[in-house]
Design a protein around this ligand. Structure first.
Ligand code: ATP
Length: 217
């Protein structure tokens, strides 16, 4: 069933979140104080309204409580961002996600009740560096500070070998949880599965082991 999302602040960040949710069939309400931003958003949101999220009456009028998740994508106006998160939590919104400009802003957002604080520039910077250090890593999810799941492109050295031969668990202390070939996914691949060049291995383990493995070329 489609979920209901509200995105407050339709700048680059808010618009990207809204558009992606909308594309995948979710209901998305776009909110901004700026009329032009609201008008421009009609291609990638279900509805859009002009409202100031620092005004409790406006938030009530748009029925913000009824949304499963509200994303506060206001950045530059730190005061407005903090006040909005505070009001949304006070009005009873279950999940409030907020974008922070810096560490202090993020700490305050957490204090006033944000359920998830995002630092887009910091996180993107980390991703870019990660990609530069390990070009074979296509994607990764941090599970905790030291552990991740990574999508690693099979290198020449892995080609035509079985998982048993590669002995990834013993040599690297990693588990291969899936292998993707084009659009076909093999979950929990058997030990005799042969790796082709270009296959993508989905691997879980400690970051330093993942780095060693991804650079096996
Ligand atoms: P981005 O970095 O995502 O491109 P931006 O540079 O346009 O954003 P921000 O200050 O982060 O600037 O604002 C994002 C959007 O939030 C703007 O379109 C702005 O009009 C909107 N906004 C700011 N304050 C409020 C508010 N109180 N209520 C609703 N929308 C607001």
């Amino acid at each position: 069933m489609a979920k209901q999302y509200a995105v407050i602040g339709l700048g680059r960040f808010g618009s990207s979140v809204a558009a992606r949710l909308y594309e995948s069939g979710q209901e998305v309400l776009g909110v901004d104080v700026n009329m032009e931003r609201v008008e421009d958003s009609n291609e990638f949101v279900t509805h859009a309204v002009i409202a100031d999220s620092t005004d409790p009456e406006s938030l009530k009028a748009i029925g913000i409580r009824n949304f499963d998740t509200v994303i506060v994508a206001i950045g530059n106006d730190i005061q407005a961002s903090i006040l909005s998160v505070l009001l949304l939590k006070e009005l009873g919104v279950k999940k409030v996600i907020a974008k922070a400009l810096n560490k202090l802003h993020g700490q305050v957002l957490e204090k006033v009740g944000a359920d998830w604080v995002i630092f887009p520039e910091r996180d993107m910077g980390i991703r870019v560096a990660h990609q530069l250090l390990s070009p074979n890593v296509l994607n990764f999810i941090e599970i905790s500070k030291n552990y991740s799941v990574e999508e690693v492109r099979a290198t020449e050295k892995m080609k035509d070998k079985t998982l048993r031969e590669l002995d990834i668990r013993a040599k690297y202390n990693l588990s291969v949880i899936a292998i993707r070939k084009d659009h076909e996914l093999t979950i929990s691949p058997p030990p005799d599965k042969i790796i082709d060049e270009g296959d993508v291995l989905v691997v879980i383990g400690e970051n330093r082991d993942l780095e060693r493995f991804a650079n096996l070329s």
